[in-house]
Design a protein around this ligand. Structure first.
Ligand code: NAD
Length: 352
């Protein structure tokens, strides 16, 4: 029997497909805006400048200082630029870091946001913002944070390096894996999760061989949209808590950490959430933990936390932090079991 559920659907307008970037000026006008501040990281500055040129009179300028973890001082600088240049909306071109900056601006001044997503992290479809101040990362959830329009143009992801495509894709898969055992899941979120993982599983295998394969890039972006959507809809569990701890306290890189921890967190929950995980296990040969490990290995993904620079001596502290204020999880979060999980993830061992 289908259990009862409550489903809060996030509003938003999605433009999907090769060439959808052509609609950018129309989308700005459609929002009733006249001056868009284009955001990017320093790395994507040239793309942002080209985009601003393309938008022409609707562009208020470019702010290219987006950085990981959305530091509040960068947000305040961007807000000052927004006001000085008389902007009335933001266009974020990039991955989670740039999208985070757009969200941080919108949280403070309710500016409408258009996101042009160029990684698979999924932030563009969530009302969630993680921001850092004085070394402390806090998470805010607010309807103002959710971007109004998302443009998914897969031609913009052709240049995403293979290694980043793989880790970013596994980051997206992690959202879906945790969603199928979320307490507040519903039949639609689970359906989206399974289809999202299937799409990414198929697409990533092609992308590692042919990074410029447009159908595969399109399918990967489709998968990342679905996986991001479930991240924005239902609660996350032990896997996300572990990654937030490792990223926040040990400065480990976001997507790589997700990629390494995922097989181990999935194995941790495999028995307790067997029913929810079953369709995903089938996509990876029957065993979710070992299957995800073998999949990640076949893609050339990083497998061991020690390769990210984490010291073995830091694992005890990491376990202590990860079990403090735990997120709800289908299997009880026990300190010794989490410490063993971290040991295996540190070594890059194949989950049993
Ligand atoms: P990122 O945005 O930090 O991008 C990494 C680098 O790749 C940047 O230099 C970027 O400019 C570059 N890049 C992006 N797309 C490219 C492309 N197509 N071609 C070439 N280079 C490209 O990486 P990310 O993994 O997308 O985002 C990570 C951040 O997003 C973290 O801070 C994480 O906490 C946050 N995040 C937030 C949510 C949420 O819902 N709030 C969800 C997922 C991730």
């Amino acid at each position: 029997m289908i259990p009862g559920f409550t489903y809060d659907i996030n509003p938003g307008r999605i433009l999907f497909g090769a060439g959808t970037l052509d609609a950018i000026a129309d989308e700005i006008a459609r929002l009733g805006a006249k001056r868009a501040l284009v955001l990017s990281t320093p790395f994507q500055r040239a793309d942002a400048v080209r985009l601003a040129e393309r938008i022409g009179p609707l562009a208020a300028g470019v702010f290219c200082e987006a950085t990981m973890h959305t530091p509040v001082d960068v947000t305040l600088k961007a807000l000052a630029a927004f006001e000085e240049r008389g902007a009335d909306c933001v266009v974020a071109l990039g991955g989670g870091s740039t999208i985070g900056l757009g969200k941080a601006i919108a949280l403070r001044n309710d500016a409408p946001q258009i996101v042009i997503a160029t990684t698979y992290a999924g932030s563009e479809v969530t009302p969630i913002l993680g921001q850092t101040e004085n070394g402390i990362k806090t998470t805010v959830r607010d309807p103002k944070i959710l971007p109004e329009v998302v443009i998914y143009d897969p031609t913009l992801t052709i240049g995403l390096p293979v290694a980043m495509s793989v880790t970013s894709g596994l980051n997206a898969i992690a959202h879906a894996v945790e969603s199928v055992y979320a307490r507040d899941r519903n039949p639609i979120s689970s359906m989206m999760a399974v289809e999202g993982v299937r799409a990414l599983r198929d697409a990533l295998q092609v992308i590692v061989k042919r990074p410029d394969d447009l159908p595969a890039r399109t399918e990967a972006l489709y998968g990342s949209w679905l996986c991001g959507s479930v991240l924005g809809t239902v609660g996350m569990a032990l896997h996300h808590k572990l990654c937030h701890t490792l990223g926040g306290s040990f400065d480990l890189p976001h997507a790589e950490t997700h990629a390494i921890v995922l097989p181990h967190s999935a194995a941790y929950n495999a028995s307790a959430a067997a029913e929810g995980l079953q369709p995903l296990s089938e996509l990876f040969g029957g065993s979710i933990g070992a299957g995800l490990h073998d999949f990640a290995r076949s893609l050339g993904a990083p497998l061991a936390l020690k390769d990210l620079g984490l010291e073995e001596s830091q694992l005890d502290v990491a376990a202590d932090l990860a079990v403090r204020n735990p997120y709800w999880n289908p299997r009880p979060v026990e300190r010794e079991a989490v410490r063993s999980l971290l040991q295996r993830a540190w070594e890059g061992a194949r989950p049993e």
